[in-house]
Design a protein around this ligand. Structure first.
Ligand SMILES: Cc1cc2nc3c(=O)[nH]c(=O)nc-3n(C[C@H](O)[C@H](O)[C@H](O)COP(=O)(O)OP(=O)(O)OC[C@H]3O[C@@H](n4cnc5c(N)ncnc54)[C@H](O)[C@@H]3O)c2cc1C
Ligand SMILES: NC(=O)c1ccc[n+]([C@@H]2O[C@H](COP(=O)([O-])OP(=O)(O)OC[C@H]3O[C@@H](n4cnc5c(N)ncnc54)[C@H](O)[C@@H]3O)[C@@H](O)[C@H]2O)c1
Length: 477
């Protein structure tokens, strides 16, 4: 460094520079440091993770408020009369923000544990394959770089420039009160979760999607179960293209396609997908190969971009934009950045997505192939679900010709937990017969899985371990 003229000397040097202090970046920095690297963690704000601020946590806080309202409304089915249910919108939003801020504080506190001079405030861009420039002009030289800049909502043209009544996940949780009415554009996980929650909190919600499938459901009967369930809390308008314009009362939407109409909504939530935040990075200077969307081409086992010393993790890579994947990818990227050029594959877990509707939608493993054995458990009369007056939906299991579980799709009560059991079974290589040898307590939602597991055993001629008659008086456990 001493031989360089002063003007060319970097202001900051390190082994691994991590760009972005979200879930992936925090994991990458920690992992690189644990593997002996001198690290820098660069972020313009250090405001805590997307998950805590505007993602997983505030959305689940809205969902739990909605569930409380829903449970109170359906209590009379059990002979319990709670009286008329009143929703105090400002109180719902205040509790959401109070709890959310607590979660955000925890993620911010993790920055206090960083070694001195590791956290660098600034927005970074590439000036070369291993050099970065911060917006204040400081130059950073690193042996390896991890890109962990996250993603941002994509707002299609008709919804841009229409003012604060157009919401995204970045603004919805800041509303002082619940909206009078809400159009939700997009039936992916964000749209589904927030639309159903708002509907249950008494907001008049219409959900639009230009496709006819909600939540990328694989199976027709799973999609039917999901549509029926959310259709009780909101109006569904699938296969519809929407136009938007400002109106004195809010935002007017005109839609056409499988249905036609127009209406004015006090607010519109745009949940039409998210795109990696890479534009500010000047990736051309990095020398990386980019795909058609401008995302670096990378190896998802090592998180390395081509043959370079640049790694990528989290939503920035547009692969699987989920919290647990961001964390895993960060850990792999950080370790390999520290050990570069001796990179090695990290462990990637079985694909698993969970949308927190009621009942939840879960997808486990890969899509079924031509020789996949498919079996179903119906939850519309499952014993425990029936007792709780929430019997609906189904579980679809996938297995290979040897009876080994390869995946599942669920939309039924308890799917949040049942899907965990199933993803653990898939990842550990269990067969349907192995599963049936495990204990099933009675009366539980888990018992409902036995029907599909037995069907697989019959189809592949494995022993059906469970012959125990249902003691619950209902079909399927
Ligand atoms: C509404 C919503 C609900 C969700 N719910 C769930 C859920 O229930 N379960 C689940 O698994 N996943 C959920 N997700 C997805 C999950 O939140 C994300 O996959 C995850 O948080 C992504 O983490 P990340 O580290 O990639 O990004 P982030 O946490 O966004 O971190 C990116 C960081 O990069 C910084 N940055 C950006 N550009 C630069 C630059 N040029 N220089 C320096 N720093 C920069 C940003 O300031 C930010 O701090 C949800 C997402 C949303 C939007
Ligand atoms: N529970 C969870 O794990 C959870 C919750 C929320 C978000 N997330 C993550 O965040 C990511 C982004 O979520 P998302 O729901 O915004 O995106 P998404 O891409 O999953 O879904 C977007 C939906 O919007 C529709 N759409 C796109 N353009 C449209 C248009 N112009 N008009 C009408 N519909 C349109 C698409 O057909 C699709 O159904 C997800 O992929 C997921 O990884 C996860």
């Amino acid at each position: 460094m001493r031989d360089l003229p002063e003007a060319a000397r970097p202001d900051l040097t390190c082994d691994v520079a991590v760009i972005g202090a979200g879930t992936a970046g925090i994991a990458a920095e920690r992992s690189a440091r644990e593997h002996g690297a001198r690290t820098l963690l660069i972020d313009p704000e250090f405001r805590g993770t997307l998950c805590a601020n505007t993602g997983c946590m505030p959305s689940k806080l809205l969902i739990v408020a909605a569930r409380a309202a829903h449970d109170a409304r359906r209590a009379p089915v059990f002979g319990v009369q709670p009286g008329s249910v009143q929703i105090d919108g400002p109180a719902v939003m205040a509790r959401l923000r109070e709890e959310r801020d607590r979660f955000v504080e925890f993620t911010r506190e993790s920055f206090d544990d960083l070694p001195p001079d590791t956290a660098i405030t600034g927005r970074a861009r590439f000036t070369g394959p291993a050099t970065l420039m911060l917006e204040d002009g400081r130059r950073v030289e690193a042996k390896a770089v991890v890109i962990a800049t996250g993603s941002a909502p994509v707002v299609p043209a008709p919804f841009r420039d229409l003012g604060p009544r157009i919401l995204t996940n970045e603004t919805l949780f800041e509303l002082p009160d619940l909206p009078d009415s809400l159009a939700v554009i997009g039936g992916g996980p964000i749209g589904l979760e927030l639309a159903q929650a708002m509907g249950r909190l008494g907001v008049a919600v219409t959900l639009f999607d230009h496709e006819t499938r909600l939540g990328k459901a694989r199976e027709d009967d799973i999609h039917d179960a999901l549509s029926r369930a959310v259709g009780r809390d909101l109006t569904l308008c699938l296969g519809a293209d929407t136009e938007a314009r400002a109106d004195p009362q809010g935002i007017r939407l005109d839609w056409s396609g499988d249905s036609e109409g127009h209406a004015v909504f006090s607010h519109v939530l745009v949940a039409t997908g998210r795109a990696p935040l890479l534009d500010d990075l000047d990736l051309t200077a990095s020398g990386l190969d980019l795909d058609d969307h401008g995302t670096p081409v990378f190896d998802r086992d090592t998180m390395r971009c081509g043959g370079s010393a640049i790694f990528i993790a989290g939503d920035a890579d547009a692969d699987v934009p989920l919290l647990h994947e961001a964390s895993t990818e960060g850990e792999i990227a950080g370790r390999n950045a520290a050990c570069h050029p001796r990179v090695r594959p990290g462990h990637r877990s079985t694909p698993f997505t969970l949308t927190f509707t009621d009942p939840p939608l879960a997808q486990v493993g890969e899509e079924p192939g031509d020789d996949t054995i498919i079996a179903r458990s119906d939850y519309s009369d499952q014993g425990r679900a029936r007792a709780e007056a929430r019997a609906e939906g189904l579980v679809v299991l996938y297995a290979d010709p040897q009876g080994r579980l390869t995946g599942a799709e669920l939309c039924c009560p308890g799917a949040e937990h049942l899907s965990h059991l199933l993803v653990w079974a898939v990842q550990s290589g269990a067969t349907a017969a192995d599963m049936l040898l495990l204990p099933f307590y009675h009366p539980t939602l888990e018992e409902g899985l036995k029907g599909a597991l037995n069907q697989i055993c019959r189809q592949v001629r494995l022993p059906e371990a469970d012959r125990q008659a249902s003691a619950g008086g209902a079909r399927n456990g």
